[in-house]
Structure formats: structure tokens, C-alpha cells
Design a protein around this ligand. Structure first.
Ligand code: UGA
Length: 441
């Protein structure tokens, strides 16, 4: 099928590459000429396991093309995905200007029936706005063309985006058109082999499903962080509690890992956006407001432990920091807990020696050259001359470190662990003082 994807960001690029891989003919349109040029040279703008070979092979095979030519893009696609960003507005609501700009572009160049598919995470009611924008534009150009608008939210996770997209749990189709549903079922049939993963519903329900899924997961995390904070005060161990409750299949083990807060481009933004959308319809989303507030505080947690340990004085101390990205297997630093920690440490006069397997370039880009930030070549190198150590991201390579080395290198052998990677008892045996989340101070 002929598909066009507007927006070569995270979602757009992964979706486009996966659709090309199963044989669809995909054109990606973006306003950024440099991005297009780089992709044509095989340079992928993000780090995502498996994405580079997928993009390269499909580009070489001619199934996947990149262009800034919106007119050619619209002419190509029978199905047109909108996968542009919806950044938060000043008040936290999702800004739809890029989505609506694509709707206008599609209407400007379309000359036959199009199925316009919203892939971006957009507030409930956006499909109606897209429809209105297309209709207004067609009218102003004195054209009449049929079109459908579909809500088809994505559920991919950074770090596992390609496999999530190849083997989706579910494919949500919000549509009021039989024709669009038939075409989308055909488009997704390669991913829908063994059992039917397509769930169809009305458009508004599909739009809300996306927010509800992310907000539910964020709620699980904040809930667990709250229980961790209680465990700490009650002298209980959250890791036992996690195990104890996760074994109930109604609760499950997933997304109940306590830590130094959730980050990334989705949870913080989507929780905020749903709170704002709720306000707009006269409802106060109290649970979600609390989810956000708990997470905000949780990002301060490691700094609190550190200040508690050092009697509020870390001036001149050197900190070995392991992990900068908001989660493993990505170079994404958006809303990362490491940023809150580094900024607090700098304000308090400490020096950060950091290592991350993928996010060092991004950290350099964000913070530039500064004397109190040293990006080191290995995790071990961060220990040179360091006073204490902190873990912000649970990269696999941090799970079995050389504890003897850590102990011998740190001036003060203490580890502050924001991801609960180690057993407190073992750490005591190694002679390392250990602070973890919800495991007793
Ligand atoms: C999230 C959802 O998991 C995807 O299903 C969704 O499609 C995506 O948002 C999106 O809307 O695009 P992502 O932001 O890539 O995916 O990352 P997650 O794996 O969900 O992790 C988010 C944050 O929660 C990370 O900072 C992670 O460290 C934290 N987390 C996760 C915890 O603190 N505890 C947990 O138990 C799980």
C-alpha cells in the first residue's frame, strides 16, 4: 500500500521503517532538510536498537524514501500518517500547531480520497479539529475531495520501539468509516497474524485510550514510589513489598519498580496534558495531579539522601554519576531524573563526573562545556578522584560492577542508588554504605 508519514521523529521513523519492512511503499516527509539528507546517507537521528539496519535496508531497497516535498508526499499516500510532535504548551496542554499544519498541507495538495491517520498523542477531540482544518482548507481552495480521519495511537517504548512496532500488543483504530477501517486492517495485516490485535472503537475513545494507558502506567510508578517512601519510614523493605504484591496477577510485576522518578517524552507530558484537558471540561483529575506531584518530588530523592548523608554540604565534592538517559537503551535525556540531580548538585557546589553508554553526546549538547561537568569514557573512570557514587539509570552494564574497585576508589565509599540495583546486605559486606529507594536509611 502507498503510505506517507509526516514527521520523521521517533514515532514516525519507527512506524515508517516497520511498514516498509513488511512491503508497503513508504514516503516520509519532514520540514528539516538536514534530517532528510542525513537519513539518505544512513545517519539515523536517534539511538534505537535495530532501527539503523531497518532504515538502511529499506531505503536501499527503495521501499522507504525521505523528502521535504510535502506535495509529492501527499500525492504519494493513500494513507497519510500524522506523526509530528505535540510539545507541551506553557500551561502543559498539548500544542497542536504542527498537527494542524500537516492537516492543512494535506488538504492543500490532495486531489483524491485520503485517509488521514493521527499517530501523534493528541488530546481528545483533535480528530475533529483535523477534520475541520481539512474541510476549511478545501473550501478556501474551492476543492472537494473525500477523506477520513482516523485515530491510531502508538504504544511503542523507547529502547524497544522496533520490536513493539513489529509485534504490537494491540492496534487501536478509532474510526467512523468502514472504508478506513478496511484499509487500515489491510495495512496492519502483516502484524495481525496469529490473533486479532485490532480493536476498533469511536475516535474519541481511541484518543482517550492512549492517554489512559500512559497515565495508568505513570500512576503505578508514582503509587509504588509513594509506598517506597512509606516503607522507608516504617522500616520496611520496598523490594519485598514489590515482590509480595506483584505476585497477585491482578496487580502484576510490571511498572511497579520504585526509583528516582519517571522521565521521558511521554509520561510527564501526557499526565500533564490529561490534567489540563480535564480542567478544560470542568473536572479536576485529582489522582493524576497527585501522580505528577509525587513524581516531581521523587526526582529530588537522591539529592535529599546525599544532603542528609553529608549534613547539607557537598561543596567541592566530586560525584561519580552512572547513567544519564531517562531509562536504559536510549540516549534520550528528556525529563531525565539525572538532570534534576546534576542541577541540584551543581547549585550545591559539587562536581559531576558522569558516564552513560549512549547519552553523553546529548548531555554535552544540553549543558555545553562547564567546569563542574566531566564526561568520562568509562564507568570506572568516573571513580577517579570521586568522593561518592550515584546511579540514575539501570543500564545492564551497571548491574554487576567491581565493588572492590568502587570501594577502593571512592574517598567515602557510599553509593546512592536511584534504581535499586543491589542487595543492601551485600553492599554492607563489601564495606560500602548504600542508600536505595525505600529500603531503609
Ligand atoms: C511509554 C510507554 O511505556 C509506552 O507504552 C508508550 O507508547 C510511550 O510511553 C509513548 O507514549 O510513546 P517510554 O516513555 O519509552 O514509553 O518509557 P517507559 O519504559 O514506559 O519508561 C518511562 C519511565 O518510567 C522511565 O523513566 C522509567 O525509568 C520509569 N519506570 C518504568 C519506573 O520508574 N518504574 C517502572 O516500574 C517502570
Amino acid at each position: 500500500m502507498k503510505v506517507t508519514v509526516f514527521g520523521i521523529g521517533y514515532v514516525g521513523l519507527v512506524q515508517a521503517a516497520v511498514l516498509a519492512e513488511v512491503g508497503h511503499d513508504v514516503v516520509c516527509v519532514d520540514v528539516d532538510q538536514r534530517k532528510v539528507d542525513n537519513l539518505e546517507k544512513g545517519e539515523i537521528p536517534i539511538y534505537e536498537p535495530g532501527l539503523t539496519p531497518l532504515v538502511k535496508s529499506n531505503f536501499d531497497a527503495g521501499h522507504l524514501k525521505f523528502t521535504t516535498d510535502a506535495k509529492a508526499g501527499v500525492e504519494h499516500g493513500e494513507l497519510i500518517f500524522i506523526a509530528v510532535g505535540t510539545p507541551p504548551d506553557e500551561d502543559g496542554s498539548a500544542d497542536l500547531k504542527y498537527v494542524l499544519a500537516v492537516a492543512e498541507t494535506v488538504a492543500t495538495y490532495m486531489n483524491n480520497h485520503k485517509i488521514i491517520i493521527n499517530k501523534s498523542t493528541v488530546p481528545v477531540g483533535t480528530a475533529d479539529k483535523v477534520r475541520a482544518k481539512v474541510n476549511d482548507t478545501l473550501e478556501s481552495l474551492d476543492k472537494s475531495c473525500g477523506f477520513d480521519v482516523v485515530s491510531n495511537p502508538e504504544f511503542l517504548k523507547e529502547g524497544a520501539a522496533v520490536s513493539d512496532c513489529m509485534r504490537p500488543d494491540r492496534i487501536i483504530l478509532g474510526t467512523d468509516s468502514e472504508h478506513a477501517e478496511k484499509k487500515l486492517r489491510e495495512l496492519y495485516s502483516p502484524f495481525n497474524r496469529n490473533h486479532d490485535k485490532v480493536i476498533t472503537m469511536d475516535i474519541r475513545s481511541a484518543e482517550l485510550t492512549k492517554y489512559a494507558a500512559n497515565c495508568m502506567l505513570a500512576t503505578k510508578i508514582s503509587f509504588m514510589n509513594e509506598i517506597a517512601n512509606l516503607a522507608e519510614r516504617f522500616g520496611a523493605d520496598i523490594e519485598h513489598v514489590r515482590h509480595g504484591i506483584g505476585s497477585d496477577p491482578r496487580i502484576g510485576y510490571q511498572f511497579i519498580y520504585p526509583g528516582c522518578g519517571y522521565g521521558g517524552s511521554c509520561f510527564p507530558k501526557d499526565v500533564q496534558a490529561l490534567v489540563r484537558s480535564a480542567n478544560a471540561v470542568g473536572y479536576t483529575a485529582r489522582i493524576l495531579e497527585s501522580v505528577e506531584a509525587v513524581n516531581y518530588d521523587q526526582k529530588e530523592k537522591l539529592f535529599e539522601y546525599i544532603m542528609h548523608h553529608y549534613n547539607n554540604d557537598v561543596k567541592g565534592k566530586t560525584v561519580a554519576l552512572w547513567g544519564l538517559s531517562f531509562k536504559p537503551n536510549t540516549d534520550d535525556m528528556r525529563e531525565a531524573s539525572s538532570r534534576v540531580l546534576m542541577e541540584r548538585l551543581w547549585e550545591a557546589g559539587a562536581i559531576v563526573q558522569a558516564y552513560d553508554p549512549e547519552a553523553m553526546e546529548e548531555t554535552q549538547r544540553l549543558y555545553g562545556d562547564r567546569e563542574d561537568l566531566r564526561l568520562m569514557g568509562t564507568k570506572e573512570a568516573t571513580l577517579n578522584g570521586a568522593d561518592f557514587m550515584v546511579i540514575c539509570t539501570e543500564w545492564q552494564m551497571f548491574r554487576a560492577p567491581d565493588f572492590e574497585l568502587i570501594k577502593s576508589k571512592l574517598t567515602d565509599p557510599v553509593v546512592f542508588d536511584g534504581r535499586n540495583l543491589f542487595e543492601p546486605k551485600r553492599m554492607t559486606e563489601y564495606g560500602i554504605e548504600y542508600y536505595a529507594i525505600g529500603r531503609g536509611l
